[in-house]
Design a protein around this ligand. Structure first.
Ligand code: ADP
Length: 287
């Protein structure tokens, strides 16, 4: 039995970027930053997420929502080849980024991760000074320029400079959780990427720190493209331009496989979704 042979209907129709029912202004995607084509990921012989075809906009925030285990993080990790670091993971399909498939043989995953930064659920600063946390990536990749300036620029961009400029040499573990997460954002920005992937970046934070990160995301999207996994639907509704709703269904092999049900403008997903399963999820009937 081929692993893609599932019991349910095929994925919903391709996303529409032109018209939004009920919206005041249609939001046209200026240019895509990523386009995933027939992307499927297996761990060992188990298919985890299948046939994901999403076009994500440049200088937009794309949210990935859906119940636990539907493959949101797995999909996100495909966008900077982080799944390469999981030996059992196998990725099929393509991710087009700046016109090139990230999975082409001649693409260096280290270069990919330099251009496409990632921030994780729990702030994970290194046990080093604030300065060294930010300088680490630029040093590793041999970024040219004055390191003090590179560090300051990244900290300013992450809206942290004013809070830490007088204690750059102190250990990052002395910061609050929210500050540590902004430090991780600064660390990701320091290698001068054009994309930030965020995997539930606020789930370990209090509401005030969460609001700061959300404000920061809004500021950052003028210069960066952001893809965020969030289990917090209000957050997706507040911050994102487009939303992909993933769900899981039972494969004939008996395990659960994730896929995209619907992808559209965030406003449409939350106010007038096309698919009943999306409506049930966003109105809290399941998940
Ligand atoms: P979500 O982010 O939507 O909660 P995940 O991408 O974490 O979903 O997981 C999707 C599926 O892949 C789940 O069944 C999960 O158990 C499986 N999975 C995720 N990571 C791994 C891994 N490193 N090894 C094996 N299975 C994994």
């Amino acid at each position: 039995m081929p692993p893609h042979n599932l019991t349910d209907a095929p994925q919903a129709a391709a996303p529409r970027f032109d018209v939004v029912a009920g919206a005041t202004e249609p939001r046209v995607m200026a240019a895509p930053i990523f386009e995933s084509r027939d992307l499927s990921v297996s761990y060992g012989d188990k298919l985890a997420v299948r046939d994901v075809a999403l076009t994500m906009g440049r200088n937009e925030i794309t949210a990935l929502i859906g119940p636990s285990g539907c493959g949101k993080s797995t999909f996100l990790r495909c966008l900077n080849r982080m799944n390469d670091l999981i030996p059992a993971a196998r990725v099929d399909g393509a991710v087009i980024y700046h016109g090139q498939d990230l999975y082409d043989d001649d693409v260096d995953p280290v270069q990919v991760r330099k251009r496409i930064g990632m921030v994780f659920q729990k702030p994970n600063p290194f046990p080093k000074s604030i300065y060294d946390n930010v300088a680490f990536g630029p040093k590793v990749i041999g970024l040219k320029g004055d390191m003090d300036e590179i560090v300051e620029r990244a900290l300013r961009r992450a809206s942290l400079w004013e809070e830490v400029k007088d204690r750059l040499k102190t250990n990052a573990f002395g910061m609050s959780g929210g500050q540590q997460q902004r430090l991780c954002i600064a660390r990701a920005l320091a290698t001068q990427p054009d994309v930030l992937l965020m995997d539930e970046p606020c789930s370990a934070l209090d509401p005030i720190s969460t609001a700061r990160i959300e404000d920061l995301m809004e500021e950052l999207k003028t210069d960066y493209s952001i893809v965020i996994v969030t289990h917090n639907m209000q957050q997706a509704a507040r911050v994102s331009d487009r939303t992909a709703f993933f769900t899981v269904q039972l494969a004939e092999e008996g395990h659960r496989v994730g896929h995209v049900v619907e992808f559209d403008e965030t406003e449409k997903i939350f106010s007038n979704p096309a698919d009943q399963r999306t409506e049930d999820y966003v109105t809290g009937k399941f998940g």
